[in-house]
Design a protein around this ligand. Sequence first.
Ligand code: NAD
Length: 292
Amino acid sequence: MKGRLEGKICAITGAGRGIGRVAAELFAAERAKVFILELDETSGKAAEKQIRVNGSLAHYIKCDVSCYDSVQNAFRQIEENTGKLDVLFNNASVYLAGKDKKISDIEPAIWSKVLNINLNSIYHCCRFAIPLLRKSGGGSIINTASSAAITGIPKCDAYTASKGATVALSRSMAVEYGPENIRVNCIAPAAIATDMVKQSNPDGDDFDTSAFINLRTPLRRWGKPDEVAKLALFLASDESSYINGTVIAADGGITISGDLSKPTPRTLQPHKKYQRYSKKGFAKRNVMAMEQ
Ligand SMILES: NC(=O)c1ccc[n+]([C@@H]2O[C@H](COP(=O)([O-])OP(=O)(O)OC[C@H]3O[C@@H](n4cnc5c(N)ncnc54)[C@H](O)[C@@H]3O)[C@@H](O)[C@H]2O)c1
């Protein structure tokens, strides 16, 4: 049976685990040849092995997407191996909760690390992937943002900045490369149950899981990696051939339901200067106005 990505050559960054890993397996099952660009050798090799055991095509390349030379080397290998590329899925990122902070508090090394891995990686990969996409007569680039690009995540300003820039960059790229039949779209996930999310809410943090699920998620559950990977598959395939420059949330409606700030009692209160505008303050003022 013909696959949805029959004969396509796809590069997926950060495909050793999480959303990228599931996407690699899905893409390969749809008969793509998948290049796994992953820093972690153990998980990258395991992903390659699993896909091959399933009877599909995969090739692991150790790659640090934050490093220009490492990415150049990875795409050189892809070119030597296949001579072209059809799909680039920029998925790798880090979320350094606890170290990423309010902008006035972030250490320079953390700011640079997050921006290098999450944003500069897209520059690096596109720089070397686009010439290969041209050789295919076009293709699809999928960038990964986050709900953070739309609502912001308080105390994670480096991550938020990297994802906001990813959205803006994707729109610009969609206009620039559309005439070359290269479509560029952006995925904005939120609350997907992966190691990234588990590691970002360590024990002792003030994150309240049940409040989050009950107050902030319209579907009242975490998302699953395949619920984002299937969207990436659609954007990678010719089924989305007229979709260019979009930002599609894969978040169960979290982004439109409010922000993702941690609901600690202190942050639920307005600044003392504005407390008279809180619900209680308004009620008191209105009563006073009626009494006059
Ligand atoms: N999980 C969520 O709820 C969520 C929410 C919003 C956005 N996202 C975005 O979705 C994407 C995937 O997230 P995930 O939850 O699957 O993350 P994850 O942490 O489970 O997986 C990320 C992968 O990227 C790899 N990686 C990290 N740094 C790298 C580097 N320098 N070079 C190469 N590979 C590197 C990691 O080794 C890992 O395999 C990310 O862009 C993330 O920002 C996820």
